[in-house]
Design a protein around this ligand. Structure first.
Ligand code: NAD
Ligand code: MG
Length: 397
């Protein structure tokens, strides 16, 4: 029986994780569940999974949850804020931590899990993008086990040599082929991009996901963040990674070896597959995902990405090459710009312009400490907000 803490339990990945856990109730014990402010859903999850702890990042939501928990007589201790999140990521009875908070808010609890030497099931790619060096160092120093949940990185991990661990040098690998669907705007005329709405952007053709990552998929910043994520997870430079647009989302990524062998992992686009893989690794368990019907799919297509249409891909590539806090700034500016787009305050095509302005106007420094990283994150958010509020500053791209 393994104890599991689920950070971001009420989100798309959190719900899929609980779905797999529900089907293997004898093998996994839910120790803690966390959310930002969705009291109703977290309460329903507490009723079903009876965790010892429930954390709400938002203190007023935590107070409401505590009231409900008490009224119903549930044996759940309710905690609040980032201390609560960090505490449940490091509990002695927790063996596995699903890191599924969206954005920079996930960094501190995920880092706490690394420092406590847990098995980390990493969905929260932003945590790694903003602090790659520091995070991988914490994983190594504290003997944590890092298993990627992002479907592409999980696929790459599965195609790596036997015995491979995240952060190790992989023997015989020539290239990593990182696939992406190209999102909902892969084929629409470029001149229509400026007018697309949040509803259109979050309607992903193949995957059902949270709002932020759906917008990232539409700008292809998601693939840019994944490029950076892959560099850290697999200890390679960006030149070793080739991004391939594959609209069917059936091949989740590939590894090309020196001898000419190319290994791919295939499956239906359903996050329960990588979640079940990482939960049970190195065993295999049923995820509830239907068997892949390759004959009905019939055809798989591949293209190079269009960097004119997707400038965010170029910005992410520049950030990983620049090193230091460049990726932290990229990530923070992107989070602010995506939120402004979702709120109707920024055009879709201005997202890249805001990020580029931040990257050009803030100097990058060595990302040597957590303070440096958190300061760079805060500063980039301020610059991005100022930029959004003065539109003449982000019309560049
Ligand atoms: P989501 O928006 O559906 O869920 C986010 C979760 O984080 C919710 O439980 C929410 O309550 C919590 N949260 C949000 N803000 C918070 C804050 N400030 N403090 C504490 N908790 C907070 O997002 P998602 O689609 O499940 O994605 C989660 C992470 O997984 C992201 O980093 C995303 O990039 C990654 N990911 C998701 C998918 C997918 O299919 N959904 C695939 C690959 C990677
Ligand atoms: Mg992915």
């Amino acid at each position: 029986m393994k104890g599991i803490t689920i950070l971001g339990a009420t989100g798309s990945i959190g719900i899929s994780t609980l779905d797999v856990v529900r089907a293997h109730a004898g093998d996994y014990q839910v120790v803690a569940l966390t959310a930002n402010r969705d009291v109703e859903r977290l309460l329903a999850q507490c009723r079903e999974f009876a965790p010892a702890y429930a954390v709400m990042a938002d203190p007023s939501a935590a107070a409401r949850l505590a009231g409900q928990v008490q009224a119903e007589g549930l044996a759940v201790e309710v905690l609040a804020g980032s201390e609560g999140l960090e505490r449940v990521a490091a509990l002695p009875q927790t063996d596995y931590v699903m890191a599924a908070i969206v954005g920079a808010a996930g960094l501190l609890p995920t880092l706490a899990a690394a420092r406590a030497g847990k098995r980390i099931l990493l969905a929260n790619k932003e945590a790694l993008v903003m602090s790659g060096h520091l995070f991988m160092q914490a994983v190594r120093e504290h003997g944590a086990e890092l298993l990627p949940i992002d479907s592409e990185h999980n696929a790459i991990f599965q195609c790596m040599p036997q015995g491979y661990r995240a952060g190790m040098d992989a023997q015989g690998v020539r290239r990593i082929l990182l696939t992406g669907s190209g999102g909902p705007f892969r084929d629409i005329p470029v001149e229509q991009l400026a007018g697309v709405t949040p509803e259109q952007a979050i309607a992903h053709p193949n995957w059902s996901m949270g709002r932020k990552i759906s917008v990232d998929s539409a700008t292809m910043m998601n693939k840019g963040l994944e490029l950076i994520e892959a560099c850290w997870l697999f200890d390679v430079g960006p030149d070793t990674i080739e991004i391939v647009v594959h609209k069917e989302s059936v091949i989740h990524s590939m590894v090309d070896y020196l001898d000419g062998s190319v290994l791919a992992q295939l499956g239906n686009p359903d996050m329960r597959t990588p979640i079940a893989h990482a939960l049970a690794w190195p065993r295999r368990i049923d995820s509830g995902v239907a068997a892949l019907d390759i004959v009905t799919i019939g055809q798989l297509n591949f293209e190079r990405p269009d960097l004119q249409r997707f400038p965010c891909l170029r910005l992410a590539d520049e950030a990983i090459r620049a090193g230091g806090t460049a990726s932290t700034i990229l990530n923070a500016a992107n989070e602010v710009a995506v939120e402004a787009f979702l709120q109707g305050q920024l055009a879709f095509t201005a997202i890249a312009g805001v990020i580029e302005t931040c990257m050009q106007s803030i100097s990058f420094v060595e990302a040597e400490s957590l303070d440096t990283i958190l300061n760079a994150d805060t500063h980039a958010r301020e610059v991005a907000m100022a930029c959004i509020n003065s539109p003449e500053r982000h019309t560049a791209s």
